[in-house]
Write a protein that binds this ligand. Structure first.
Ligand SMILES: Cc1ncc(COP(=O)(O)O)c(C=O)c1O
Length: 137
């Protein structure tokens, strides 16, 4: 073990904040720290900021503001997206196929869908190099 700082490759897990982001966020971390869902005075400024951020993201994505959902991170996003898509498409089918090398934030939701969401499950097969094949096991 050396004291040399290793390269940090897992930017899926977390990243340092860009200084511009820190500056943009600072007022909401220090002064306007209220919950944007609160009806009282402290929620007002954060609510406006979230609405503005939502509109800006929607513009970037060419979507409607109501289609933009902010989440706390990857697990919550995967949970919403997978359950939402699977349950919304129930009339067209109930089989969810995922890969064995997915993050648990994906595989655990698929397990939930299979065990409690009324969906069958499956994994495409994989060879020793990790390549996937369409055939189901
Ligand atoms: C590929 C992948 N998906 C999902 C997650 C879960 O993200 P979060 O910790 O933001 O819930 C991670 C976290 O490392 C990840 O690497």
């Amino acid at each position: 073990m050396t004291d040399a700082k290793p390269v940090y490759p897992d930017y899926n897990a977390t990243t340092p904040l860009d200084p511009e982001v820190i500056e943009a966020m600072r007022p909401y971390l220090e002064e306007h720290f209220g919950n944007p869902s609160s009806g009282h005075w402290y929620g007002g400024q954060p609510r406006k900021a979230v609405a503005e951020a939502r509109a800006r993201v929607a513009e970037l994505l060419h979507s409607a503001a109501e289609e933009v959902v902010f989440t706390s991170g990857g697990s919550e996003s995967n949970n919403h997206a997978l359950k939402g898509a699977a349950l919304a498409a129930r009339a067209r089918g109930n089989h969810v196929v995922t890969s064995r090398i997915e993050h648990p934030a994906v595989t655990e939701v698929c397990r939930w869908l299979a065990e409690r969401g009324g969906c069958g499950g499956g994994h495409p097969s994989r060879n020793d190099s990790g390549e996937h094949h369409a055939r189901e096991q």
